[in-house]
Design a protein around this ligand. Structure first.
Ligand code: SF4
Length: 384
């Protein structure tokens, strides 16, 4: 195993990320942030499973008010909290006093105050983080990359993701803010490998948060994540990890236990091999869910899709099932069949074409019709 990259050390509450610190394990609450009782229960469950840091989604002032109460409930447990900001980057002023870290997505900074320069927005975020002595994560996702870079890089979506991360790292460096980490995620573990390798070769000093986003359900989601983590960590890349799995809310601690198992195996030289055609055939991706899920039937739907589509396992197709209307449309763009869930129904698309909005009881049948058509159009992959 190669030595860890000599990254900077970033303090986050009572832990440190990077440098010689042990690789930190993170997870995220899947409950609605405004459901305080459920979210406190969820935080306790994830904390008891051994998480070093737990993330919560905050999208509105009402979420911030809930976060303040949640913080009070969890203060005694010394839980390190991180917040995931979406389009409304200005919410950082309200959340920064309540948490240890904030993640912003460079691809989302374009949606609000379009006339304002991105560098100005980053300056606002960095100043607020500095004043509140908290850390930041530049969290780039292939599926929601900066639209200008997306256009510039065309098919090289990994290149766009890396460039976006480099640009934002430079913006923070120029402001003299160094308490930050970077993540480069995708649902395709190979793009996660490539993106992190490319970024680390240029900026080996920046701590990296690793994750295969929307990896799906166990066991497949665990295997994809393990393969990516085994390779990157044994190359010295990675300072904190998150395993993203679609799980019922009361099983969310599994993200942490799986992460610890993977780290333990890597430490002890226990690597799992995968066949050369690993990743071929049907690929089901689904998000790990978060506060933005408007109907918990999403988790059941993801499981039903997996069972229903078993007959298509030898076809190179991707089905994406996403939990919300915020990120669902973008995160399904590259899938052959995409679904994203709303409060009463599910939007279904074939490639980039929106087929319609269906009730939770009907969407499975509609999906099967599309899948039947698709498997008649493509040859199955050869088994080895
Ligand atoms: S797709 Fe939506 S519900 Fe799922 S993790 Fe992302 S933001 Fe949360």
């Amino acid at each position: 195993m190669k030595q860890r990259n000599p990254t900077r050390t970033v303090p986050v509450g009572n832990i440190k990320i990077g440098g010689e610190s042990p690789i930190a394990v993170q997870s995220m609450a899947a409950t609605r942030t405004q459901d305080i009782e459920a979210t406190v229960r969820q935080l306790n469950l994830i904390h008891d499973a051994g998480a070093d840091l737990i993330r919560i989604a905050v999208d509105s002032k009402a979420d911030v008010e809930a976060l303040a109460i949640i913080r009070n409930y969890t203060e005694d447990l010394s839980i390190n909290l991180s917040v995931d900001l979406q389009e409304n980057y200005r919410l950082i002023s309200d959340v920064a006093p309540l948490v240890e870290k904030v993640r912003y997505n460079p691809g989302h900074l374009h949606h609000h105050e379009k006339e304002k320069d991105i560098a100005e927005k980053v300056k606002f975020i960095a100043n607020t983080a500095f004043e509140n002595n908290i850390a930041l994560r530049i969290g780039v996702n292939c599926g929601s990359v900066d639209p200008i870079l997306k256009q510039k890089f065309g098919k090289d979506d990994v290149g766009a993701m890396v460039e976006s991360a480099l640009q934002h790292a430079q913006l923070l460096d120029d402001l003299g803010f160094d308490k930050y980490v970077v993540s480069l995620k995708d649902s395709d573990w190979q793009k996660v490998l490539e993106g992190n390798r490319r970024f680390a070769s240029i900026r080996p000093d920046i701590p990296l948060h690793l994750g295969v986003t929307e990896a799906g359900m166990p066991p497949e989601g665990i295997i994809k994540t393990r393969v990516a983590f085994e390779q990157l960590i044994s190359e010295g890349i990675g300072d904190t990890i998150r395993v993203s799995l679609t799980l019922p809310f009361d099983k969310k601690g599994q993200e942490v236990t799986v992460a610890r198992e993977i780290l333990n195996d890597i430490d002890n030289g226990r690597f799992r091999s995968v066949p050369s055609n690993f990743g071929q055939g049907l690929n089901i991706i689904s998000c790990p869910s978060c506060s933005r899920v408007e109907n918990e039937k999403f988790i059941e739907l993801a499981q039903q899709v997996k069972v229903m589509s078993e007959y298509a396992k030898d076809h190179n197709l991707t089905i994406a099932v996403m939990g919300c209307r915020v990120n669902g449309p973008g995160e399904t763009d590259d899938a052959d069949i995409g679904m994203w869930c709303g409060p009463l129904g599910v939007n279904l698309k074939r490639g980039e074409e929106l087929i319609g909005h269906f009730g939770y009881d009907d969407v499975l049948g509609e999906t099967k019709k599309i899948l039947d058509e698709m498997i008649n159009e493509i040859e199955p992959v050869k088994q080895i």
